[in-house]
Design a protein around this ligand. Sequence first.
Ligand SMILES: O=C(O)C1=C[C@@H](OP(=O)(O)O)[C@@H](O)[C@H](O)C1
Ligand SMILES: C=C(OP(=O)(O)O)C(=O)O
Length: 409
Amino acid sequence: MNLKLDYISNIENKTLQITGSKSETNRLLILQALYPNISIENVSNSDDSELMQKALRNSDTIVDIHHAGTAMRFLTAYFAIKEGKETVLTGSKRMKERPIKILVEALQQLGCEITYENEKGYPPIKIHGKSPTTNSVSLQANVSSQYISALMLIASSLSNGLEIFLEGKVTSVPYINMTLSLLSDAGIEGRYENNKITINYHKEILPKNIVVESDWSSASYFYSIVALSENGSVTIGSYKKQSYQGDSSLVEIYKNLGVDTVFNQNTITIKKNSNNISGFPEALDLSNSPDIAQTIVVTCFGLGVECCLTGLHTLKIKETDRLEALKTEIEKFGGRVNITKDSLYLESHPVSIKKEVYVETYNDHRMAMAFAPLALKTSLFIKDANVVSKSYPDFWSDLEKLGFRTSKY
Ligand SMILES: O=C(O)C1=C[C@@H](OP(=O)(O)O)[C@@H](O)[C@H](O)C1
Ligand SMILES: C=C(OP(=O)(O)O)C(=O)O
């Protein structure tokens, strides 16, 4: 499905309910598979969470998790400790290019048996489930925090718990803390001090009902819409001030792009504040919140403000090479972008934004959603618009509720 996007009416006092965080949901689904007396509310309706549920429900030998990075990594650890179970874990063409070696080697250190079906270091992998023989592991921490969360999620079901030593600079740290917080909500003790994570063994836990907060990465597109609007205001739920999600840093980041946030009881109202568009005089380090990089770049471009984003090394191994994709697509609109292997610089643009641009999405939900708000500034087309379902299936219908028109072409 390809979509033409137009913006037709004012975005004022609109209210939307956003689906649960896919990161929180996919962690809780693994925990629930290990401890069935956990119940989960506000489960994400994302493809990635549906795929996770399907994989945990079925007893098939071949499990295809398509584009879902967290499902790939978390299920690798989960199936590795399922004694006697043989699983081939595979995914989309892109998933076969996303590295898994660090996690596989960490599980092998624990005594797990995993082999590569094709290329060494990449899915598909064949897992022979067995009980780990040791309770201490060390792994490189600067490539993906998902490897670390995967180990943390299975740790409490290992008979001696687990000590995880992190080597080098740790990336995407809030996601590690999210895992720790959800473990704690489930009644599982753990600590993260210096470069060491310790999780205690828990044979059982008391019954727990855990409510997933809505997805902050999904909220980022509404911050961008409000920033690019004349006088927009949107209320979205369900959100809380003390979030487990690192992408809640949007609240502070978007102050510089003219968006104020008011926390209500369990919603947030985001409002345009035109007096306060300072941009980012200093480089903005996004190593703690890589998933909002695309949104921020497009907002800055739409506002005509320059930005220098750093800490973007993980973007090259996500759904697509997001640095290359951003440069190519922003330049179609007339912007100028320089990229390195871990940073992006967007020049401020003095000229008008080009019209009738066709945005390629590269099988990346965030490319589609990050560019959509630009419809407030110019006419544009989004190719393969259904990619959004990876994290946010209702994205286009929610945009229509805000006064955007989407037409198939
Ligand atoms: O643990 C998680 O839920 C995630 C961690 C991040 O990945 P990296 O740790 O690979 O940066 C993030 O980009 C991804 O969307 C979700
Ligand atoms: C990178 C992402 O997801 P994953 O790594 O889980 O595929 C994302 O949702 O932006």
